[in-house]
Structures are given as C-alpha cells and as structure tokens.
Design a protein around this ligand. Structure first.
Ligand SMILES: [Zn+2]
Length: 104
C-alpha cells in the first residue's frame, strides 16, 4: 500500500499489516503489546503473524461493530469508563473485550 504495507481479505474483513500499520500501532498506548485492532470491517495488524494470532478476537469485534453500528465506539468507551469508575480494569473487564477473549 502507500506506506509500504500489505493488505489481505479474510472473512468479512480487510486486513492491513506491515510497515505503516506496524509503525502506527507501536505508537499507541501499550502499542508494543498490541497485535491488531479493529475499526469496523478493517483490521490493522503489526504483521501477518500477529493477525493470525489475533484474528478470532478481532473477528468478534467486527461482529460487535455490525451489531452496534455507529454506536459501537461510544458504547465501548462508556463501558470502559464504567469499569474505571467501578474500580475494574478498563480494558480486560470491558464486556466487549470479555466477549472477544472468550473466543481465544
Ligand atoms: Zn479486543
């Protein structure tokens, strides 16, 4: 792609990985530990191998996006906020992440 990355189609998602996406993911908070992330039907991964490891988890997020539509990001953020306000972990206790990790 334009940043030297690669693209592939898997299931209902398009996946981008390597150079540009790897560079971007590594600059996110905890990015060095992030294999991939999902935005709608787009999955961004650091490498092809990281996508292979994370694909089942990220596919659950694709289904969540389909279920919640334009409200997904707001619902995800509010869920994390509620977890934080109630003393739980904002990421691992978020119901959207718990559902995704149940498939791992
Ligand atoms: Zn997740």
């Amino acid at each position: 792609m334009c940043f030297g990355g690669r693209v592939q189609f898997r299931g209902r998602a398009i996946e981008f990985y390597e150079v540009g996406t790897k560079w971007m993911i590594q600059r996110l908070p905890n990015g060095q530990f992030t294999l991939a992330l999902t935005l709608g039907h787009t999955i961004l991964g650091q490498t092809a191998a990281s996508l292979d490891v994370a694909r089942m988890h990220e596919t659950v997020h694709v289904a969540q996006y389909e279920r919640w539509g334009p409200f997904f990001l707001t619902a995800y953020f509010l869920s994390s906020t509620y977890m934080w306000l109630t003393g739980r972990r904002i990421y691992r206790d978020n119901p959207f992440e718990r559902e995704a990790y149940e498939t791992d």
